[in-house]
Write a new protein. Structure first.
Lengths: 183, 450
């Protein structure tokens, strides 16, 4: 089952000529509007490090805030924060990884930093309202067997964090599925 | 010809008085030298005699156990806008101006073929142009279009555009006619920094970018639909959100070059969600991956929508809409996931800490095959997302700390987060929503109107 519910383009029944449209106006008066459903773009962003902080002591909410305070004091900007069962996980620019490592060195918790991580960004407009689309993309990604370090979603994108080699394969698998199995 | 598209929502056409005020605005715009094109929603909101929900109810009343076909449902609910457009056009005539009502198809709006949630794929505005050339005002039914399934198909199939469809119609018609502006008239004075139901002093934003309004709308602000903002952005049409019932200037929405600068835009909320956190602690990595894979496959197969996904060494989680939770329960509770192979195992999913009778029986029967590993899911029902939207804000060091600290100090538990360049969303218990919105609005200093 392809991810794209419907694509509009040459040869698609939806891209009918004006003769088939309700009015018999010249083609030049037609304007294309909304973005087609499904995945519009898959891109890879490089230069990130993933920070995982595990084994934080209770009260967990407060100890998570301590971690974030240390990162703030180091003047480091973070992305894609996720709360985990024993701590938290987020991304920083690879250039800031050392500063984060230093800032968290006295935390007494287990800090793990994965370097040279890439983000695979899968764009699809209003994807949370497209039934099953988010789950489909993730299931395709997991089925590749590539280790995914981190993942998340917003209303118009999913991100998957992995190694550089993994990112290329993930991108290819997701694009292939979006194209109905065609490479 | 200077064209201005004016869209009036349900409350703006809910009564004769309201409709007359709306019509007077159209006449006034015409007198200012513009050629107005009107787009209308159905009359009134939930419970009103011709509102969309009332029309749907007419079908459900026949037999609530049988779901109406999406195609028939679209034909039914489109009647609300047709009535509204005809009545509005006639109201304009009583004010001495010529006006003509148009269904979506007559206005040349073509969509894809997804009933109930169609997308506009093209507009041929020839009928609207001719109407304007004849010095009449076109009144277009919002929320609807036609789908032409195949060559020679007569008339096309009526489709509706889904939530916020009339805003989308207005923006699309504005783009097709190269309008000078699209004005969305509603019952509030513009885009607010928060839902006035929770922050009654929330000020109206005077200027914002298309990106900002699309983000704020995607994340719950109901004043304008994000699809309308996206169309306006694509065609660079100035968009306004104004009140039908006041002379307040409203909110102007423009491109990001015009509305530049770092700022927090507002606090929004959306969704009735159930959060599921799967506990895979102790499962070998390959097993954890296979369990995740099966669960996501199931979610995809049954067209379930996921929010706030996360993944760690100890497990994974996501939220689902509350109206899909019954399906999720039926799918997952007691679900057996056999992992074949030399290092195989049998996993069984269990909703909640205590197994249901079904899950307990399932585990007992499976024990004959060897060890069954249980994957408990922690369920948090009645959650919602509260989000902060801002420009060049989410990248600033300490923003996550500031937001999460503010919520913690007000004892609002945060179950999960999700973020992008323009926003940070927190999943919180629905019971804490009011406090969460109010706290963030105050912490971020949004009381001062821009």
């Amino acid at each position: 089952m392809p991810i794209n519910i419907r694509k509009v383009g040459a040869g698609d029944p939806l891209s009918c000529t004006v003769d088939e449209a309700p009015t018999n106006a010249p083609a030049s008066t037609e304007t294309e509007f909304e973005k087609p459903r499904g995945i519009s773009k898959v891109e890879i962003k490089t230069g990130y490090a993933q920070v995982r902080v595990n084994g934080l002591p209770e009260p967990l909410t407060e100890t998570r805030l301590d971690v974030l305070e240390h990162v703030r004091n180091a003047q480091v900007s973070i992305d894609f924060l996720k709360l985990t069962q024993q701590g938290l996980s987020f991304l920083v620019s690879e250039n800031d990884a050392e500063a984060v490592e230093e800032a968290l060195s006295n935390q007494g918790s287990h800090v793990q930093i994965e370097h040279e991580r890439c983000i695979v960004l899968i764009h699809a407009v209003n994807m949370r309202d497209e039934e099953g689309l988010v789950a489909r993309v993730v299931s395709v990604a997991i089925a590749t067997g590539i280790h995914i370090d981190h993942l998340g979603d917003m209303h118009d994108r999913i991100y998957l964090v992995t190694t550089s080699a993994g990112a290329t394969k993930l991108k290819s698998a997701i694009e292939q599925d979006a194209n109905g199995g065609r490479a | 010809m200077k064209i201005k598209v004016m869209k009036f929502g349900g409350t703006s056409v809910a009564s004769n008085e309201a409709r007359l005020q709306a019509a007077m605005r159209v006449v006034s715009t015409r007198e200012q030298g513009y050629s107005p094109v009107v787009v209308v929603s159905a009359i009134g909101r939930r419970g009103a005699p011709y509102a969309t929900d009332t029309l749907i109810q007419l079908l459900h009343e026949i037999d609530p156990t049988i779901k109406p076909d999406d195609r028939e449902l679209d034909l039914m609910i489109a009647c609300g806008e047709i009535l509204s457009a005809v009545i509005f056009a006639h109201t304009l005539k009583t004010l001495g101006v010529q006006a003509r009502a148009y269904r979506g198809g007559q206005a040349g709006i073509r969509t894809d073929g997804v009933y109930g949630n169609a997308r506009v794929v093209g507009i041929n505005p020839i009928a609207l142009r001719r109407c304007l050339e004849e010095d009449a005002i076109p009144v277009v039914c919002g929320f609807q279009g036609v789908f032409v399934p195949e060559k020679g198909y007569p008339g096309g199939e009526l489709t509706t555009l889904g939530r916020g469809g009339s805003d989308t119609t207005a923006a699309a018609v504005g783009a097709a006619l190269k309008a000078e502006a699209v004005e969305i008239f509603t019952d509030v004075e513009g885009v607010k920094t928060a839902d006035p139901d929770y922050v009654d002093y929330a000020p109206t934003l005077s200027l914002m970018s298309y990106d900002e309004v699309a983000e704020i709308a995607h994340l719950g602000a109901k004043v304008l639909h994000p699809r309308a903002a996206e169309i306006a952005m694509k065609f660079n049409i100035p968009l306004w959100v104004k009140s039908t019932f006041s002379q307040a200037p409203g909110t102007q929405i423009v491109n990001s070059d015009t509305a530049s600068g770092s700022r927090v835009t507002g606090v929004t909320h959306t969704g009735k969600l159930v959060y599921l956190q799967f506990d895979l602690e102790g499962a070998p990595g390959t097993h954890a991956t296979q369990v995740q894979s099966r669960v996501y496959q199931m979610m995809a197969r049954y067209n379930l929508n996921l929010y706030m996904m996360n993944l760690s060494d100890e497990g994974f989680g996501f939220a689902v809409p509350r109206d899909q939770y019954a399906t999720v329960q039926a799918l997952l509770d007691g679900l057996v996931i056999p992992l074949p192979g030399e290092n195989g195992a049998v996993y069984m999913i269990q909703l909640g800490e205590t197994p249901t009778l079904e899950a307990e029986t399932q585990a007992e029967l499976l024990s004959a095959l060897g060890e069954v590993r249980t994957v408990p899911i922690e369920i948090t029902e009645s959650c919602t997302m509260v989000s902060v939207v801002g420009v060049d804000t989410m990248q600033q060091p300490g923003v996550f700390h500031r937001i999460l600290t503010a919520l913690h100090e007000e004892q609002v538990p945060v179950l999960q987060t999700s973020d992008s360049d323009l926003s940070l969303s927190c999943l919180v218990p629905e019971s804490e929503l009011g406090r969460a919105v109010h706290t963030l609005h105050q912490t971020l200093g949004l009381a001062e109107a821009r």
